[in-house]
Design a protein around this ligand. Structure first.
Ligand code: UD1
Ligand code: CA
Length: 458
């Protein structure tokens, strides 16, 4: 059967105490709904429909680039009513897979298994065994274990409340039958809502098979209603990502102190120390070592490079066998060749540095093209900004800049040139020569240090 996926995401999330709609709350840096859409995509459905309501325009805007359909549920009258809003765009011969926008860790494998259980005359239902299913709808089975219906917590009898099998809300239902059943829903229940869960009883009455699947893992069905649950799911996500890295052969100083908010590709024998955050798409080559308290975003780091403690690396391509940090910062768009050293309190922005070049201490390298074997002395500043425009600087191979020198861009420092310490250079620095641009040192003979006038004196 063709597959249509509907993601219910109209709930307000009052308990978040936030101005942001619940499904836009970030998990690992990405909105909850983004996780669900990404997983839904892996099933290659014909269409994905998102039912939205609260914070509507904000939600749609956050996913403007996604090819999903949007169905507005103007008033939140229940899960059945929500699903109904998406049905007009779904053909009768499709299978409808219902997901929740606030259940972000649901796994592709589980959904594939659930979809495989359903068919033209069979619906499937994802359930979960919980020691404490408070808040969940309960799965009522008959003596032979066949699912009879779902009863919501607020409508359940004490006997029903003792049932430990909860409804996750995720189900796969043939669209034609679903449409009929949704049309028959009534809201005569404790919450005055149109419960999607009531379709189970209708299926049973119509002789349609209801096939339960108990969720293989609990975290994947956890819903998020408040910030405590959000933090718990974030921790679970962290564990999952850390485990995958360990299995791939990465050494983690502490699996509980690494955050991967995006994709991380790793070579062999990579070591990652504590409190490291990866964002966007990051690639680490073989034997890369990342020191503690470091953030790496959208960057690639070559084999055998070491990043020492407390660095921030953003949109950089770093070569092999480099030494970075401690306390180095890369702002977007830098390329380092191999064996480059960028040391403490050095900021590099939109620059290239050639093989074996070094900026070991206290420097700013902005909008510069630096050749090979260049030594950028401590305190060298590339003054790339004139207050209105940015200008480029070129530093030739084997050049050295002295401590505390200012290179006022646009400027070219020739190959093998040396800029004397404390120089402010504003014109081309010739190759192979020493250029000094600072006041000459003078010593005043016979100069006397002033002394204080005596107190109370004339
Ligand atoms: C629902 C199920 C319950 C299940 C629980 C799992 C029903 C009647 N009950 O309960 O059996 O154990 O989920 O978490 O289905 N939503 C809308 N529009 C609405 C109402 C909800 O889009 O009018 C969306 C929410 O944004 C959320 C999802 O549906 O993503 C579930 O809503 P929620 O209110 O959390 O469901 P419960 O009533 O707690
Ligand atoms: Ca819920």
């Amino acid at each position: 059967m063709k597959l249509s996926i509907v993601i219910l995401a109209a709930g307000q999330g009052k308990r978040m105490n936030s101005d942001r709609p619940k499904v836009l709350q970030p998990l690992a840096g990405r909105p909850l709904l983004g996780h669900v859409i990404a997983t839904a995509r892996t099933l290659e459905p014909t269409a994905i429909e998102v039912v939205y309501g609260h914070g509507g325009e904000q939600v749609r805007a956050a996913f403007a680039g996604e090819s999903v359909g949007w169905a507005l549920q103007a008033e939140q009258l229940g899960t059945g009513h929500a699903l109904m809003q998406a049905m007009p765009s779904i053909a009768d011969d499709h299978l409808v897979l219902v997901l929740y926008g606030d259940v972000p860790l649901i796994r592709r494998e589980t959904l594939a298994a659930l979809v495989a259980l359903a068919g033209p005359r069979a619906m499937s239902l994802l359930t979960v065994q919980l020691p404490d299913p408070t808040g969940y709808g309960r799965i009522v089975r008959d003596a032979d274990g066949r699912v009879q219906r779902i009863v919501e917590q607020k409508d359940a009898t004490p006997d029903e409340l003792a049932i430990r099998e909860g409804n996750t809300g995720v189900m796969a239902v043939p669209a034609g039958l679903l449409r009929q059943w949704l049309g028959r829903l009534r809201n005569a229940n404790a919450q005055g809502e149109y419960y999607l869960t009531d379709v189970v009883e209708m299926a049973v009455a119509d002789g349609v098979a209801v096939r339960p699947l108990v969720a293989p893992t609990v975290p994947e069905v956890l819903g998020i209603n408040d910030r405590l649950q959000l933090a718990e799911v974030e921790a679970e996500y962290r564990r999952l990502r850390a485990r995958a890295l360990l299995q791939a052969g990465v050494t983690l100083a502490d699996p509980a102190r690494i955050d991967v908010r995006g994709t991380l590709e790793t070579g062999r024998d990579v070591f990652i120390d504590v409190n490291v955050v990866f964002e966007g798409h990051v690639r680490l080559g073989d034997r890369v070592r990342i020191g503690p308290n470091t953030v790496v975003r959208d960057s690639s780091i070559g084999a055998d490079t070491q990043v020492f403690a407390c660095c921030v690396v953003e949109s950089a391509t770093i070569g092999a066998s480099c030494n970075i940090g401690p306390f180095a910062r890369f702002r977007p768009s830098s390329q380092l060749a191999d064996e480059v050293h960028v040391g403490n309190f050095v900021e590099v922005k939109n620059s290239r540095m050639g093989n074996a070049s070094k900026a070991n201490h206290l420097a700013y390298v902005g909008d510069a093209t630096v050749g090979a074997r260049v030594n950028i002395g401590a305190g060298t500043i590339v003054a790339n900004y004139d207050g209105a425009n940015k200008h480029r600087t070129t530093i030739g191979d084997d050049a050295h800049t002295g401590s505390n020198s200012v290179l006022v861009a646009p400027i070219v420092v020739g190959e093998g040139a040396t800029v004397g310490a404390g120089s402010t250079v504003t014109k081309a620095v010739p190759a192979g020569k020493l250029t000094v641009a600072r006041a000459k040192q003078v010593t005043l003979e016979g100069w006397k240090r002033p002394v204080k006038a005596p107190k109370g004196g004339v």
